[in-house]
Design a protein around this ligand. Structure first.
Ligand SMILES: NC(=O)c1ccc[n+]([C@@H]2O[C@H](COP(=O)([O-])OP(=O)(O)OC[C@H]3O[C@@H](n4cnc5c(N)ncnc54)[C@H](OP(=O)(O)O)[C@@H]3O)[C@@H](O)[C@H]2O)c1
Length: 236
């Protein structure tokens, strides 16, 4: 199978590339600055033509178009919209609107841009799947004083951007259902990456192993859903 993935320089994106190559898949990997993505480059040495690395900034239309052009000569079976940023953890009295707009651009508009650009190649694929990495922190149902993972309140930019992403995914699921598109948002859990931090309980290997199982098992019947990395549905 042929995968396209954003944000593969580190963290979960890099681990997706590692595990997909290990199981024999082909990956078109997007990275903002490929020359600085050393771990990714080291995977390329053993992968031969099963890994191609392309520059990709999901906030930049021209970059997204160039990536789509480079990978669309053949069908893309699965697109993983992984790139994301956390933004500032501001409380209500200290909101930073420039930061919020930037986080929205990366986390909500970025996946939409990339999905739009790659949709023709995905619809020609064998599985026609687009998945987006979201967060439980964007769940309205779980946004209560008890919080998620012990975090309550704050993080307006991150929560709002991923909630907008979730709405975009649901809309795509409706718009492209008849063409066979299977799409979902997946919460990776709280994972040890730059976004998750050192206190996170889960390793990237375990999160990605779970998410790949969820992606493999997605069908048109459960398209449009919000899953965690173990395949449990998360309340909206
Ligand atoms: N870790 C967690 O606990 C957790 C929990 C819930 C959801 N998530 C989601 O999981 C996804 C992956 O995050 P992670 O934990 O692996 O974080 P990470 O280690 O910080 O990696 C983020 C990746 O996104 C890339 N990126 C940032 N801005 C970009 C842009 N404008 N264009 C293209 N790529 C960009 C980064 O590239 P550079 O190296 O160039 O900056 C990096 O490769 C994110 O969507 C995040 O919201 C993570």
């Amino acid at each position: 199978m042929r995968y396209a993935i954003s944000g593969t320089s580190r963290g979960l994106g890099l681990e997706f590339v590692r595990q997909l190559l290990a199981r024999g898949d082909t990956v078109e990997a997007g990275a903002r600055a490929p020359s600085e993505a050393r771990s990714l480059a080291s995977l390329a040495r053993d992968a031969g033509d099963r890994l191609r690395i392309h520059p990709l900034d999901v906030t930049d239309d021209a970059s997204v178009r160039a990536f789509a052009e480079a990978v669309s000569q053949a069908p893309v079976d699965v697109l993983i919209n992984n790139a994301g940023v956390l933004g500032k953890w501001k409380v209500f009295s200290e909101l930073d609107y420039e930061d919020i707009a930037q986080v929205m651009d990366v986390n909500a508009l970025g996946p939409l841009r990339l999905s739009e650009a790659l949709m023709p190649a995905v619809l020609k694929g064998t599985t026609r799947k687009i998945v987006h990495l979201t967060t439980r922190m964007a769940s309205m149902a779980e946004n209560t004083p008890a919080g998620v993972y012990g975090f309550a309140g704050g993080s307006y930019a991150y929560r709002m951007s991923k909630a907008a992403l979730n709405a975009g995914m649901r809309t795509m699921a409706v718009d492209f259902r008849e063409q066979g598109l299977i799409t979902a948002v997946i919460n990776p859990g709280w994972v040890q990456t730059d976004i998750g931090g050192k206190m996170a309980p889960m390793r990237a290997e375990d999160s990605v192993r779970g998410m790949l199982r969820v992606i493999d098992e997605l069908t048109l019947i459960n398209s449009g859903s919000f899953f965690d990395h173990e395949g449990q549905e998360v309340p909206w």
